[in-house]
Design a binder for this molecule. Structure first.
Ligand SMILES: Cc1cc2nc3c(=O)[nH]c(=O)nc-3n(C[C@H](O)[C@H](O)[C@H](O)COP(=O)(O)OP(=O)(O)OC[C@H]3O[C@@H](n4cnc5c(N)ncnc54)[C@H](O)[C@@H]3O)c2cc1C
Ligand code: SF4
Length: 553
């Protein structure tokens, strides 16, 4: 084998340490493989996490600007995508909501009919839920009570639920903030602290109550020998030898947080797992296909990207008697109709920077008509109630007075990502979006937001990019390298093996082939559990099984 000293540095290299990457690292280490995890983001201890979103340099990830946080925001023509970047991937910033999708998702998209999904997936969801510590939320804060009251007022009170969350909650009647020995893995895991209901999950849990991946899958993987390399960005992956991956791969990295000396490194391995998230894996694969490192990647790359059909609206209640930031980040949800699901989301007290993105909810068709109406409403509000309007838009106090209503729909809608030179910067190719506009206006969700504001005694709000640019925001970008029966329809087979290569896998949100309509992390975890279940223990491995062989079998 063409590798340094005839030895591979690792059996498997996993790119990215989010949900797909951490499950892969843990299960492969358990099976006796030597695993290296390359993670572009930083490693965080609970005590290092920022207290509020004003600590921009410890919240946002833009290393070239000196921002080395764990949260990233990418603007595209069709959508604004929010995602995580850290050891533990999106789990450091996620709200901890773990919901299985409705069963019908297995009947749509390119994965339909490839296997007995409905029979196979429940056991993997069960394992994923146990490993991530999913439990019904016991802590309802003022925002959740308002959601329930609004649901009652709208006649859908019966469809109000407490969320399933990955948060260690105090026993009934006990206060939060209590240190306990590992409650999840029979003493194998780290000691933990019970939730204090500070509402800070999205800013990273400073108490160690949220079950982020560095507390479960990744913790166990490292304990059993996986080597996690933080601040290590993968820039190239090339097959060794004849080019189909049967002789292994070389993986090139640079230091992601370095300004000048990027410390390039080269590692060799038998197999590679891409787990860089939907956006990260697409971006890397486009680049590698373009530069000839992985030229056989399917032409379906980037074709079916989904945004969970989300809309972010909400309400602000100036001088609210209750602190709406109290509770957990997403404590409850309601189905307002068969396809539409709304969650009450909050930021911790003091995290007021999101206020710069919010504005008055405005009805009407997207485009110039809605912008004109929005300007008219805004002007009217300033003229009629200047003090009230000032209170509504002042940044300070926003997190304590505002509730975000995250609306998701299980209806299908897709965009395409491609690798292009944008008109405004023709010197370099970037990931750009293409296709039909994703709707930013979900009328029934807007009606619900107005009712919520009325019940709470506040004002309904929307986000500026939705009004000004007709661009929705999503924290749930999925797809782009979807599971399918062949390279003509997708990028990986149903065991996540990349078409056209051997020993190459994708395990992250990019493989999801349908709109889930719920937060995707549990599904990503369950799918990765399933994919790893097909890889034999190291002692019995037969390298070089390819996706095409499997689908022909
Ligand atoms: C604010 C917020 C709240 C959320 N709340 C929830 C929630 O409550 N429930 C839920 O289900 N989902 C939630 N999500 C979404 C969830 O975080 C993602 O769906 C999930 O993390 C995706 O998992 P993944 O395995 O695909 O990749 P990720 O978890 O995104 O991990 C990918 C990792 O790969 C790394 N990476 C990327 N490129 C490279 C490279 N070239 N080299 C090395 N490393 C690389 C990234 O730094 C990242 O750490 C939330 C997201 C956000 C932003
Ligand atoms: S509410 Fe606070 S203590 Fe509880 S999990 Fe979220 S951040 Fe941690």
């Amino acid at each position: 084998m063409a590798s340094r000293n005839g030895q591979f540095d690792f059996d498997f290299i996993v790119i990215g340490s989010g949900f797909g990457g951490s499950v892969s690292a843990h299960r492969l280490t358990e099976k006796g493989y030597r695993v290296g995890v390359m993670e572009m983001g930083r490693r965080w201890k609970p005590s290092d996490l920022p207290r509020t979103s004003w600590s921009i340099h410890r919240w946002f990830w833009r290393p070239k600007l000196g921002l080395r946080g764990f949260f990233n925001m990418r603007l595209f023509r069709h959508v604004t995508i929010f995602h995580g970047c850290a050891v533990g991937g999106g789990s450091i910033t996620y709200a901890g909501t773990l919901l299985p999708p409705p069963e019908k998702v297995w009947d749509s998209g390119s994965w339909a009919g490839l296997t007995q999904w409905k029979a196979e997936m429940p056991r993997h969801y069960e394992t994923a839920s146990r490993m991530l510590g999913a439990t019904e939320n016991k802590i309802l804060g003022p925002a959740d009570h308002l959601l329930q009251k609004t649901a009652d007022a709208c006649g859908c009170g019966h469809a109000f639920y407490r969320t399933q969350v990955a948060i260690l909650q105090p026993a009934n009647g006990e206060p939060g903030g209590q240190m306990v020995p590992d409650p999840y893995f029979g003493g194998e895991g780290p000691a933990r602290t019970t939730c204090t209901a500070c509402g800070g999950c999205i800013m990273g849990c400073r108490y160690g109550a949220k079950n982020s991946l560095d507390m479960n899958y990744l913790y166990l993987a490292e304990k059993h020998g996986a080597r996690v390399l933080p601040e290590t960005k993968v820039v190239n992956v090339r097959p060794l030898g004849d080019g189909d991956g049967s002789a292994g791969y070389e993986v090139h990295t640079v230091k992601s947080t370095a300004w000048i000396r990027q410390k390039p490194q080269r590692f060799t391995c038998r197999a590679v797992i891409f787990s860089a998230s939907s956006l990260g894996t697409m971006e890397l694969l486009f680049r590698l296909r373009e530069r000839g490192s992985l030229p056989a990647i399917s032409g379906q790359l980037g074709k079916t990207v989904r945004t969970n059909s989300e809309s972010i609206i909400g309400a602000r209640v100036p001088n609210c008697p209750n602190d709406l930031s109290q509770g957990i980040a997403i404590g409850s949800r309601v189905y307002i109709d068969e396809h539409t699901h709304i969650e009450a989301v909050r930021y911790p007290g003091g995290s007021d920077t999101m206020s710069f993105l919010t504005t008055l909810l405005t009805e009407g068709r997207p485009g110039s008509q809605r912008i004109a109406l929005w300007l008219k409403n805004l002007l009217g509000s300033w003229l009629r109630h200047p003090l009230k309007t000032l209170r509504l838009f002042r940044p300070w106090g926003w997190a304590r007075e505002a509730v975000i209503l995250l609306c998701m729909q299980a209806l299908d809608g897709q965009i395409e990502m491609c690798w292009r030179r944008p008109w405004f910067w023709p010197f370099k190719k970037f990931l750009v979006s293409r296709g039909e506009k994703v709707p930013t206006f979900i009328p029934q969700a807007n009606e619900f937001a107005k009712k919520f504001a009325q019940v709470a005694g506040g004002t309904a709000m929307s986000t500026l990019p939705e009004i000004l640019f007709d661009v929705p925001g999503t924290a749930h970008c999925i797809g782009g390298c979807v599971i399918a029966d062949s390279a003509a329809r997708g990028v990986v087979d149903d065991r996540h093996r990349v078409f056209g290569y051997k020993n190459l896998y994708i395990c992250d949100g990019s493989v999801i082939a349908a709109n889930l309509g719920v937060n995707p992390s549990l599904t990503i975890t369950a799918l990765a559990e399933r994919a790893m279940s097909f890889i034999p223990p190291a002692a019995r491995v037969c390298w070089n099984e390819s996706a095409a062989e499997q689908s022909a079998a």
